[in-house]
Structure formats: structure tokens, C-alpha cells
Design a protein around this ligand. Structure first.
Ligand code: C5P
Length: 233
């Protein structure tokens, strides 16, 4: 049986990729399925939380979860920031597109009309997590709210997956960061995930090739202990 340790807590979860419109029928997307975010939403609700899931995913909405459907990063930002205004926890499991097309065509681009773009110009999307951290610092989000980011990393010559994760946690300024290693039959679209849950006080929990439900439980365990020990901040 699950602990009932999130009773009365408001938890906001973002899940899935974003879809950045090109024209009425096309978008730029990514491989995020939404499985991990949906699993977190489901487990949080089963542990008593009042859950708002901001998502682009077509996966079924878990029981007792309120879903807000969005497509683009800008829509996700607006929905997430407003839901976060009275949240105890915000978990950013979504894979947010870093860029969006600068010009969105109001009619379908036709391949034989000469109207097809030679190239799609892109502009940068806002970093939603950075926006949450700033809103937290300025008091627009409750002081005790726990902000959780995700990072999909690969190791390279400049550092290991874990080192990149640590650096990202410091850079992003959130409380917890879930670090997934990509490209080993885990992560995108898969049912298993592995990695580390890092906290801003240097704590680290390793989770080895777990189901997304088990990783969801571990993440929520880390949230509960972080919220219980604010002195660690
Ligand atoms: O910098 P990177 O994209 O690796 O950071 C990942 C984390 O930041 C995730 O939690 C993701 O949801 C969040 N993010 C965001 N807005 C963006 C890009 C990433 O909130 N535009």
C-alpha cells in the first residue's frame, strides 16, 4: 500500500513534449511520451495529493487527476505558472521545445504553390523552470513550494551524466533534479527509467532501471523529505 503522505498537498506536474506550430496541420515535436509525468501524477494522487497535470500527451488522464491540455511551450508556461500560484510542489517532467517557429502560417503550406519555406526560422522559447524559480524568488509562488526539474543527459568528454546533472541543478536553481541517462533503452517512450534524484543540498539517490511508477514513488519520497527538512535549503 502507498503512504498517504501527500494528503491536502497541491501538486502540479507537466508531462509530454510540446508541439510548436508550423501551420494548421504541422508542428515541431519531440519523442517525449508523457509516461513518466503521467506516472508521477497518478502516484501523487494515490498518495492523497490534489494533482494538476499540464500536458500535451494523448495518454489517458490518471484517476483523480485534473488535466490541462496544452500544445506549445508558451501555453505550457502560462498554465504551469498559474497552477503554481498555490502549489506545494511543481514537477517539470515535460520535454519543452527550446525553440518555436518564428512565423506560424495561418494556412497549410502547400508543396506545389511555391509557398513552402526554404527554411523554418526559429526563436527561443522561455525556460519555464527558470520562470518558476524566478516566480518563487519573487514570492508569486508559495515560499515552501518544492520545485523539481528533469534532465536527460548523455556523458561526454566534458563530464559524466552525473556531473552534467549536478551542474544543471546548480544552474537551474530548483530544489531537486531528476537526471536520466538517455540512449540505453530507457527514457523516451519506454516503460523503464533510470538515473539519479539530486537535491540542492548535495543529496543524491540512485535509481537503477526502475519502472516509471517506481521512479515516480522515489521522486515523491525525495520531495516529501526535502519539504520536511527546509533547513537543508
Ligand atoms: O535545460 P534542459 O532542457 O535540459 O532542462 C530540463 C528541465 O527544464 C526540465 O525539467 C524541463 O521541463 C525544463 N525546461 C523548461 N522550459 C524549457 C526547457 C526546459 O521548463 N524551455
Amino acid at each position: 500500500t502507498l503512504p498517504w503522505d501527500l494528503a491536502g498537498k497541491r501538486v502540479v506536474v507537466t508531462s509530454g513534449g510540446t508541439r510548436e506550430e508550423i501551420d494548421p496541420v504541422r508542428f515541431l515535436g519531440n519523442r517525449s511520451s508523457g509516461k513518466q509525468g503521467h506516472a508521477i501524477a497518478a502516484v501523487a494522487a494515490a498518495r492523497g495529493a490534489q494533482v494538476t497535470l499540464v500536458t500535451s500527451s494523448d495518454l489517458p488522464v490518471p484517476a483523480a487527476v485534473e488535466a490541462i491540455r496544452i500544445d506549445s511551450a508558451l501555453e505550457m508556461r502560462d498554465a504551469t505558472l498559474s497552477a503554481a500560484a498555490d502549489a506545494d510542489v511543481v514537477i517539470k517532467a515535460a520535454a519543452v521545445a527550446d525553440f518555436r517557429p518564428t512565423d506560424v502560417s495561418s494556412s497549410k503550406l502547400k508543396k506545389d504553390s511555391g509557398s513552402e519555406p526554404a527554411q523554418i526560422r526559429l526563436e527561443r522559447n522561455p525556460d519555464i523552470l527558470a520562470g518558476l524559480v524566478a516566480a518563487h524568488a519573487s514570492g508569486e509562488i508559495p515560499a515552501g513550494c518544492v520545485l523539481v526539474g528533469f534532465a536527460a543527459e548523455t556523458g561526454d568528454s566534458t563530464g559524466s551524466v552525473l556531473e552534467h546533472g549536478r551542474a544543471k541543478l546548480a544552474r537551474k536553481g530548483c530544489d531537486l533534479l531528476v537526471v536520466n541517462e538517455v540512449g540505453r533503452g530507457t527514457t523516451f517512450g519506454q516503460d523503464v527509467n533510470g538515473g539519479w534524484i539530486l537535491d540542492a543540498a548535495g543529496g543524491e539517490v540512485s535509481v537503477d532501471r526502475a519502472s516509471k511508477d517506481l521512479l515516480a514513488s522515489r521522486i515523491l519520497d525525495a520531495v516529501v523529505s526535502w519539504a520536511a527538512a527546509p533547513s537543508a535549503r
